[in-house]
Design a protein around this ligand. Structure first.
Ligand SMILES: *[C@@H]1O[C@H](CO)[C@@H](O)[C@H](O)[C@H]1NC(C)=O
Ligand SMILES: *[C@@H]1O[C@H](CO)[C@@H](O)[C@H](O)[C@H]1NC(C)=O
Ligand SMILES: *[C@@H]1O[C@H](CO)[C@@H](O)[C@H](O)[C@H]1NC(C)=O
Ligand SMILES: *[C@@H]1O[C@H](CO)[C@@H](O)[C@H](O)[C@H]1NC(C)=O
Ligand SMILES: *[C@@H]1O[C@H](CO)[C@@H](O)[C@H](O)[C@H]1NC(C)=O
Ligand SMILES: *[C@@H]1O[C@H](CO)[C@@H](O)[C@H](O)[C@H]1NC(C)=O
Length: 325
């Protein structure tokens, strides 16, 4: 593992990244040391396409499991993100007025999707937005949520995707040029993963591996997947594909989990993946994660709150999966 990390570092030095530290947010777990997190992606449509139903069930499950916080896997506002940090009416209509249950009046840790990049991509980090709804926590395009037993690495994946750089509508302020941005991000992530003692997780927007409409992201398989493998990351959690799916890597312990069912679904649209598909649902819903130092229990829910699939991961043996139902 150390040798692999060194190889990666020297490869990156050739691109001369200016390493910085990823920003961190601390979130204390419950008194017993456990933590419950909900994850939803691809949602902001003013309640349309069952966004409201998914939100209601997040409230119900959040209450039952005592959710500590929510993670958004990106594509927060359709079709073109927020036009500016002054467009609070649209922000409220797709976020504040939708996720109203008391159990999810908790911090929402936000990563950007490609649809957020075709609006004002800097609005998401604006204090003006946080003033409207203090749950909204998007301290930087990439950042780490540290919660003792788990570190969530929220990774800004849109700049990796080459085809976006050929489209004029992307807001690359503070990002361009691409090569420097992704080299720096990978270096920072490599450092942060190496220093993390927690039960690791990674959150991005684009899938590394997917069997839904968009399929896997070649650029992430090339650049990000080696880091996940080198650092023994347990799970890569993403949105982008509008489905719920769980995939096992065929050559490493990492699991690829898609929670992109926050509103419009990719009903009936599939792609091939050469990794092992464990579960795939092409409708709407969300994910819950109940974490302790020893194990993780995960579940997908549909728009009526029914559990579609649940599984467990044991930390003592990261590769083993117990009690699949
Ligand atoms: C966001 O993170 C980047 C990279 O770590 C850093 O260079 C930048 O200063 C941060 N931005 C803010 C607003 O803190
Ligand atoms: C809402 O969810 C139901 C149940 O999954 C589904 O049949 C229906 O097509 C969905 N509606 C929309 C607009 O996606
Ligand atoms: C936001 O600000 C921009 C630029 O000042 C302006 O053109 C736009 O109309 C404003 N939007 C709202 C909803 O106030
Ligand atoms: C971007 O555009 C250039 C020039 O038109 C083309 O050669 C290249 O293949 C395009 N790249 C992608 C990833 O679409
Ligand atoms: C992680 O573990 C190392 C080695 O056991 C220790 O030196 C370091 O302080 C730990 N870091 C944190 C953040 O707990
Ligand atoms: C990823 O997608 C590409 C293009 O569809 C495909 O050639 C490749 O086999 C896929 N890789 C995996 C691991 O699924």
């Amino acid at each position: 593992m150390v040798a692999t990390a060194i190889v990666l570092v020297s490869a990156l030095v050739l691109l001369s990244p200016v390493a910085a530290e990823l920003q961190r947010v601390q979130h204390s777990p419950k008194e017993d040391g456990s933590l419950t997190v909900l994850a939803v992606g691809d949602w902001g449509r003013g309640g349309q396409y069952n966004q409201t139903l998914v939100a209601e069930q997040m409230g119900v499950v959040g209450e039952k499991l005592a959710a500590d916080f929510v993670i958004s896997t990106g594509d927060n506002f359709y079709n073109d993100g927020l036009p500016g940090d002054n467009d609070t009416a649209f922000f409220m209509a797709s976020f504040t007025d939708i996720y109203t249950a008391s159990s999810i009046q908790k911090p929402w840790y936000i990563v950007l999707g490609n649809h957020d990049y075709t609006g004002d991509a800097l609005a998401r980090q604006s204090p003006a937005i946080r003033e409207v709804d203090s749950r909204w926590t998007s301290v930087n395009k990439s950042f780490i949520v540290e919660a003792d037993i788990v570190d969530f690495f929220l990774v800004d994946t849109s700049p990796f995707v080459l085809k976006y750089w050929n489209e004029s509508k992307f807001d690359w302020r503070n990002v361009a040029p691409r090569d420097t941005y992704i080299a720096t991000l990978l270096q920072d992530l490599d450092d942060a993963l190496a220093a993390s003692n927690a039960t690791w997780k990674v959150v991005g927007h684009h899938p590394v591996s997917s069997g839904c409409e968009h399929g896997n992201t070649t650029e992430l398989r090339e650049h990000l997947l080696p880091l996940l493998k080198a650092h023994g990351v347990d799970m890569y959690l993403n949105g982008h594909d509008h489905c719920l799916q769980r995939i096992s890597s065929v050559d490493s312990p990492v699991e690829f989990v898609t929670s992109g069912g926050g509103s419009k679904a990719w009903a009936g649209k599939f792609k091939a993946t050469t990794d092992k598909m464990e579960f795939l649902y092409d409708g709407q819903g969300f994910l819950s994660m109940e974490l302790t130092a020893a194990e993780a229990r995960l579940a997908f829910y549909d728009v009526s709150g029914a559990v579609l699939h649940s599984w467990g991961l044991a930390k003592s043996a990261p590769a083993s999966i117990s009690n699949v139902s």
